[in-house]
Ligand binder design. Sequence first.
Ligand code: KE4
Length: 465
Amino acid sequence: MAARKMRRKAAAPPPAPKKKAPKRPVAPRRRRVRRTVESDRLYARAKAKMPGGVSSPVRSFKSVGATPFFVKKAKGSILVDADGNRYVDYVMSYGPHLFGHMPKAVASAIRKALPRGTSYGAPCRAEVELAERVTRLVPSMEKVRFVSSGTEAAMSAVRLARAITGRDLVLKFSGCYHGHADSFLVAAGSGLATLGIPGSPGVPAELAKATITATYNDLESVEALFRKYPGKIAVIAVEPVAANMGVVLPKPGFLEGLRKIADREGALLLFDEVITGFRLARGGAQELFGIKPDLTCLGKILGGGLPVGAYGGRADLMAHVAPDGPVYQAGTLSGNPLAMAAGIAMLDSLTPAAYAKLERTAAKLEKGMRKVAKELGVEERLTLNRVGSILTLFFNPGPIASFDDVKKSDGAAFNRWFHGLLKSGVFIAPAAFEAMFVSTAHTEKDLAKTLAAHREALKEAFAEG
Ligand code: KE4
């Protein structure tokens, strides 16, 4: 069979050279329609058993008028959902994944720790080793206590500040978010702002009154509250770079001003570095801006994706924490060996090269996003705020320095932009009051895909605007 065919082929004249087809303009790659069958099935089951079908409200896609996809797996900069759709991920679990999902060092540290057990209810070596790293990287934290979330960290730091000063009032900034402890669910950012919840029901009015709110970047608003409540404010709690109303940078002198006011008034200064800690520098925002708070809370990166939070500060302040002192705080899973192992691997990977790469990638993303906006002639209608590897695009001419500014943004345009990106396989937080998180795992290819998606999505965002 094969030989006969061969002979026939030999006798036939050589085929005429094929004419080259005229070059057709290359149409932009058609967007693959995202399948959502499996995610929809999972969502229906989830809603039957879980409020909103999610474990944290922002994940519901409610504020962008859609339903969530369910993740099947994640690696590096990529998320894959239950229907096999792949996304370049800029949520990065809202901050922990500075090196992308499942970086080798963290995965191997967890695998090595697992055979030794998951939680002891007793101290272990890993806690000590992580505590030594945290206090070395963040010198203002002479002592540290591990907890299991950023909320626990902020809540405990406030309790400590109230105990030390003997004062009740907590001063926070509208649009900043410090977790969901009662004292902080007042004019908060992140999920509350996203869902338009000014302050959560269930917080006793008496307790809500103990939280007073100033305007971010407005020192006079802080001075006014200290004039109004002399000797009553225990702590000024602030995100040194706000990232829960979108990214809003501190104006020059703002953080220094808070430091001076706290010292003058006998209040403590608490930096909530749950997002900025280890991200903006090895020593967080306090290293970047050179301001030393009295207390700091940490989370996210500190656990590399496993549940970890921490609070800490001067040794004389932390001496008030039980069992050394009377301020009670406890936690079954605090300091568990798996999370500690992950944290050690994360902090040991905080090299100058990693920060250089984060800055290069984030700067390139910012530059590309600005270029696209300029080419589309919409740059005047947008504000892009970036510090290091966190950034937010506001549909707002700006400038944006406070939550009041942020609230003037065009939410509908943001939603169209969000969906435009998602259709093209780029996942950002389904909420206008969050940050985009860049990691060392984001590649040139990811950036190219992101900027192409951004171009199409911006057109859609402004198509109706
Ligand atoms: P957790 O309790 O969620 O670990 O941390 C609370 C917290 C405290 N402080 C800051 C500055 C924070 O950003 C957070 C939590 N951040 C949000 C996202 N902006 C978590 C995402 C969510 O709520 O699902």
